[in-house]
Design a protein. Structure first.
Length: 435
């Protein structure tokens, strides 16, 4: 039985084929939405009671029935039957079965269109909060490592060539600050998800005088989607905004994972992990492969394609609801799990990361100090261009033997990590979501 069926006629073989194709993964994916569907129904019933569409007694029955379902969800006992189309159908059928006629009234002034919109917005809003908590944890760890290793120098590269001295403090701090900009995308996606679509019906509102301000407040939304047609247009837009935020974080993690795999290489040897964090080779007993970070890099590169996937799904559609939008769940839901898993494993691995000291003592890093030597000449009064030529000639003639001590402004730029200011920015950004 389906919400849109007019009678209890027996389904034919043809209709079963259509059902299998159209339902797709909904029964599986909708389990992520079930608690939000119940919460939305609770708010909707309260509102229907207030505006006089159902009685207070009917509302009490509905609230009791919905609370029972919510308890089943929390205990992991809720399931969507094979004969039921989706989460919305399952909850309404259970409710009608348990509370009687009142259950048949819950759909008044509502469509599955605004139900699923509401569920997805509540789900996305919740998941963005969870992602934010994880990002803040990773940020805090990176800042901690930045402070812990700020005096350990590290080669800086441009074009994969030796450039200037850097430090582990700068390296860890750079990725911490990158996460702050990523958080701006998360905040933007959260703002889009934090608007109530309930009451927009199938996209054209309702003839009943629904109190949309009431459901907005009950569900904790910042505001509502006022225009009912636009409310339906946010299906796909909400998911794409969330995917864009995920892609931003993924880009940071992917770049960090690349650095880690490079710095673990024996030719670099800047960082190391215990054997538990690496994998071996079937024929080369010396191997310690950075598979964890290679997979983080691969997964995060793939996650950066998710916004484009959602764009291709929805960009050629006119206004109004279209069944194409069902597939946004197939794309977004696994992406949310993937980014959370990647953040968690990077955080786990960082607990085991060891940073090497005195890396730049190796003569092969002498040329990193060329700018430092130029600065020394400038302090003596030599014009920059002449100082550049003097140091360049020494390098060409293989007579460049720098002191390898950072002085003047360069040392200050490496050690002035601004971690306090960076941390304040993350606090400000994350508070917009975690308030």
């Amino acid at each position: 039985m389906k919400l849109w069926q007019k009678d209890n006629h027996k389904e034919s073989d043809k209709s079963k084929i259509v059902e299998r194709f159209t339902v797709g993964k909904d029964r599986e994916l909708d389990l992520a939405l079930v608690q939000y569907d119940v919460l939305g129904s609770k708010a909707h019933a309260e509102m229907l009671s207030k505006v006089g569409i159902i009685t207070k007694a009917e509302n009490k029955k509905l609230q009791r029935g919905l609370d029972d379902i919510l308890n089943e969800i929390k205990k992991g006992k809720f399931k969507i039957d094979d004969t039921v189309e989706d989460v919305h159908s399952q909850i309404e059928f259970l409710l009608t079965e348990r509370v009687g006629e009142a259950g048949k009234k819950i759909h008044t002034g509502r469509s599955r269109n605004d139900q699923v919109l509401l569920d997805i917005k509540l789900f996305v809003r919740h998941e963005l909060k969870e992602i934010t908590k994880s990002v803040v944890q990773l940020f805090d760890k990176l800042i901690s490592l930045s402070e812990q290793h700020k005096d350990k120098l590290l080669p800086g590269y441009t074009h994969f060539q030796l450039a200037m001295p850097s430090s582990f403090g700068l390296w860890f701090g750079a990725y911490a600050e990158s996460l702050i900009d990523d958080m701006e995308f998360v905040v933007a996606a959260h703002n889009i998800a934090n608007k109530n679509p309930l009451g927009s019906g199938a996209g054209y509102g309702s003839a009943f005088q629904l109190d949309r301000k009431m459901t907005t407040k009950l569900l904790g939304f910042e505001s509502m989607n006022h225009n009912s047609v636009y409310a339906q247009m946010t299906r796909g837009k909400t998911e794409k905004a969330a995917a864009t935020a995920i892609a931003a974080i993924a880009a940071t993690l992917s770049k960090f994972a690349y650095d880690v795999t490079l710095y673990m290489n024996q030719n670099f040897g800047f960082i190391s992990f215990s054997e538990e964090l690496t994998t071996g080779s079937s024929i080369m007993p010396h191997k310690k492969n950075p598979d964890v970070f290679e997979l983080v890099r691969a997964k995060c590169n793939r996650l950066q394609a998710v916004p484009n996937e959602l764009t291709l799904l929805s960009s050629n559609l006119p206004s109004g609801y279209h069944r194409d939008m069902q597939l946004t769940k197939d794309i977004l839901f696994p992406a949310i799990k993937e980014i959370k898993d990647c953040i968690a494993v990077v955080l786990f691995a960082l607990e085991d990361m060891r940073a090497k000291d005195k890396i730049l003592d190796d003569p092969k890093y002498n040329e990193l100090f060329s700018v430092e030597e130029i600065n020394k000449e400038i302090i003596k009064g030599t014009p920059f261009r002449d100082a550049y030529k003097i140091v360049g000639k020494k390098i060409q003639e293989k007579k460049f033997n720098p002191e390898k001590k950072l002085k003047h402004t360069h040392e200050g730029s490496i050690k002035n990590l601004c971690n306090k200011e960076i941390s304040q920015r993350m606090t400000t950004a994350s508070k917009k979501i975690l308030k």
